[in-house]
Structure formats: structure tokens, C-alpha cells
Design a protein around this ligand. Structure first.
Ligand code: PEP
Length: 247
């Protein structure tokens, strides 16, 4: 039985002071072990957030890192820094990083390898544009994203990876994929993992849906066979996140 994992992606929102305020509103009612709950905060907020979350079951993640161990990479942060500050997860390949910051499949593969090498737990995002959805070629595109990201990733490392299916047309738009549309692709992603590894990895790996998840649609989405929770953007910054966690 796969444990659901519900992650709030705060994106570039909340100063450390504001993070403290938001966490104090959310933490008691999100402190459950029925599902894994994650706050994926801006890197600058990790130390403060870790302090605020002490004694709870809520886990912390960051939204980005650089794949090298250390050195002359001005502006970047390393896996070791993230872990030392108190976070254990990292999002890799979010469509905003792919689109705005031009991260390509090769970069995403390097980051996935590095996350495992240095001990971060990755949430790997995949998902198609509206254009590909309308053309009907979205599955082949997503298969390509997954195959490329998992190159040189061992079976054990694959098991320690969470995949988030996030159709770009549903991110921040208020336009959620229907639960059937989301399930269709999550099932397909699981099938792709089976082809890359084997049935046991496919059965164990957790696959989230992301794209305008809210308190009103979480239950239906997370009730689907192949959807193991959600990656939540906008709604993770509100008290609504409590209802999503307790769907
Ligand atoms: C996201 O940030 O990954 C996301 C899915 O955002 P939203 O829930 O706002 O669509």
C-alpha cells in the first residue's frame, strides 16, 4: 500500500518572517502520519521553517538546487546546504524551471543523479503543454521526459523518487485536469516506470498529480488508483491546505 504524499510548493512566496506565520497557522492541523506532508519552501526559509516544524511529522523540501557538490557557482545552492539547513526533499524539473529557466532534460537528469548521490529525496515533475495535449502526443512526450530523467538511476534510487505529473495547462490556471485525465497519465507514468525497471518498482513508486489541486477536488483526485497524493501550488499558501491534507 503506497502512502500518499501531499506537498505544498510555495514557489517564490513568503519571507522567513511570513513563513513562520504561515507555518504556525497550518502545522497543528497538518501534523498527521496518515499521509506524508511536505512544505516545499524557498531555500532562504528552510532554517526558519525547520525550527518552526520541530516536533511535528511535517517534512521540508526546497524547490531547486545545483548538481555540483560545491564551488564557483555563484547564486546556486548545494544538496549538502539544503540537508544541513533541515530539508530532505527537492523538486526537480518543475515546468516553471523548465520553461522560465530553460532547464532541459539533460540538466534534470544530472540533478536527479546528484540528489540521490548526496542524499536528497527528489520529486521529479513531468507534464505536457496545452499544445501537446490538444495534438494528442502528450503520452509520448511524458514518456520521453521520464526516460531521460531516469537515465543512470538505479532501481533503489528509483524507489526513492517521487514523480509528480503536472500538466502545464493546469498549473496556476484554476483549470484542473479531470480525475480521469489525471489518472490516465499517472497510470501511464507507472507503466513507463515498469518498462524501465520492473513491476515491483512500478507498484511502489509514488506518483502525485499537480495542477490547481484544491480543497474541493483533492478527495476525488487522490481517490484514484494511481494517484498517490498531490503537488499543490497556490492552495498550499492558504488554510485551505489543511483541508487538502485531511481530504
Ligand atoms: C505547482 O506549483 O506545482 C502547482 C501545481 O501549482 P498550482 O497548484 O497553483 O496549480
Amino acid at each position: 500500500m503506497r502512502k500518499k504524499i501531499i506537498a505544498g510548493n510555495w514557489k517564490m512566496n513568503k519571507t522567513p518572517t511570513e513563513a513562520k506565520e504561515l507555518i504556525s497557522k497550518l502545522k497543528d492541523k497538518c501534523n498527521t502520519d496518515k499521509v506524508d506532508v511536505l512544505f516545499v519552501v524557498p531555500s532562504i526559509d528552510v532554517t526558519t521553517a525547520a525550527e518552526c516544524l520541530k516536533g511535528t511529522k511535517i517534512k521540508l523540501g526546497t524547490q531547486n538546487f545545483y548538481f555540483e557538490e560545491k564551488g564557483a557557482y555563484t547564486g546556486e545552492i548545494s544538496a549538502k546546504m539544503i540537508l544541513d539547513a533541515g530539508a530532505e526533499y527537492v523538486i526537480i524539473g518543475h515546468s516553471e524551471r523548465r520553461g522560465i529557466f530553460k532547464e532541459d532534460d539533460a540538466m534534470i537528469n544530472k540533478k536527479l543523479i546528484a540528489a540521490h548521490k548526496f542524499g536528497l529525496k527528489p520529486i521529479l515533475c513531468c507534464g505536457e503543454s496545452l499544445e501537446l495535449r490538444e495534438k494528442g502526443t502528450y503520452k509520448a512526450f511524458i514518456e520521453g521526459q521520464i526516460k531521460s530523467a531516469f537515465e543512470s538511476i538505479s532501481k533503489e534510487q528509483a524507489l526513492n523518487t517521487v514523480i509528480a505529473y503536472e500538466p502545464i495547462w493546469a498549473i496556476g490556471t484554476g483549470k484542473t485536469a479531470t480525475s480521469d485525465e489525471a489518472e490516465e497519465v499517472c497510470k501511464f507514468v507507472r507503466e513507463t516506470v515498469k518498462n524501465l525497471y520492473d513491476e515491483s518498482v512500478a507498484n511502489e513508486i509514488r506518483i502525485q498529480y499537480g495542477g490547481s489541486v484544491n480543497a474541493g477536488n483533492a478527495k476525488e483526485l487522490f481517490g484514484k488508483e494511481d494517484i498517490d497524493g498531490g503537488l499543490v501550488g497556490g492552495a498550499s499558501l492558504k488554510e485551505e491546505f489543511i483541508n487538502i491534507v485531511n481530504y
